[in-house]
Design a binder for this molecule. Sequence first.
Ligand SMILES: Nc1ncnc2c1ncn2[C@@H]1O[C@H](COP(=O)(O)OP(=O)(O)OP(=O)(O)O)[C@@H](O)[C@H]1O
Ligand SMILES: [Mg+2]
Length: 367
Amino acid sequence: MTSTPLSDDRFNALIDAAADAILIIDHRAHIKVFNTAAEKLFQYESHEVLGKNIKVLMPEPYRTRHDDYIRRYLETGEARIIGKGREVQAIKKSGAIFPVELSVGEINSPDKSEFVGIIRDLSEKRAIEDQLLAEREQLAHVARLGTLGEIATGLAHELNQPLAAISTYSTACKKLIASGNVDDVDILAVLDDISGNAKRAGDIIYRLRALIGDDTAEQRAHSIKTLVEQSAKLAAPVLKAHNVTLENLVSDDIGDVFVDDIHIQQVFLNLIKNASEALEDTEMARRITISAHREANKLYIAVADNGPGIIAGAEQDIFQPFYSSKDEGLGVGLSLCKSLMKINDGQLTAHNNNNGGLTITMELPVA
Ligand SMILES: Nc1ncnc2c1ncn2[C@@H]1O[C@H](COP(=O)(O)OP(=O)(O)OP(=O)(O)O)[C@@H](O)[C@H]1O
Ligand SMILES: [Mg+2]
């Protein structure tokens, strides 16, 4: 604030030097001052707008509402915008509407109030923001396409095998019938092979549909101990069939994780099923142990078994789609788990235990 009143010349020089558009309007909203930056921004010469209502610079709905704003303020002193910056739309002489940041102050002269408006063009800022957003969306799209491409490749590869088998068996079936020397038992055996392969193809598609379709997580706070208990209950038939004991060592006070419970139960089920299958040839008491510990804002949940573990160096490979060491395995279980963990802001890692068996560690955000 200056203590000496500014001369008109000094005042004009000052506001014309400003980078932002500056306007002064009287109590009837008539434009009294329109600086050089305002001329440039709104594309009007100042003589075209001086004395005109400020509404010429506003698009609808601000234009219609503006009289009400001023009247309300003069009558009640209730200010919606005065003293605060606000983002609004403005209109150029050409009719182009653009975003601006508007700050309004009141000039209290003894007779009538006047208002000063400082207007900053936000077009460029908005354009950059829009571009950034578009780029981010494009990147996400590319990433999604990458995953889809990977899935499609794996899907084609996997479906090829059962489809080829169906084709071979069908040809064999036709040959058998054409030979006239038909044994029902032989035909039924071939038909079994055909339907078995068709089912396998269906399983492959179904498992992958879950992977593609379910890409959003409803993350909420869930007790990790409860999630383990629920998963153990769901996995009970698998555990029983493989004669495996599951030990839940997660303590009550370990806290909550911020996850989609359905997704994490799916992950636990896959890990328990894999471990149970791995324990198939284990002679000693078959055991899966689930424990948890906390580090900063992450919870680490370890699912460990006392089976054979994995071949050294396969710690990353087992998470690849269609990696399987089992005759009947599709090899999609762990890749599905990895995707589910990722959309829950988590991770999955594997390492062989020193004393045998495998541990898969889940890293999840603390609620
Ligand atoms: N607990 C474990 N112990 C030993 N090997 C394991 C264990 N868990 C996973 N693996 C290895 O990782 C591979 C990939 O597991 P994944 O669950 O992805 O596929 P899968 O179990 O073979 O088939 P499916 O798609 O039916 O689940 C398994 O075939 C196995 O070789
Ligand atoms: Mg599996």
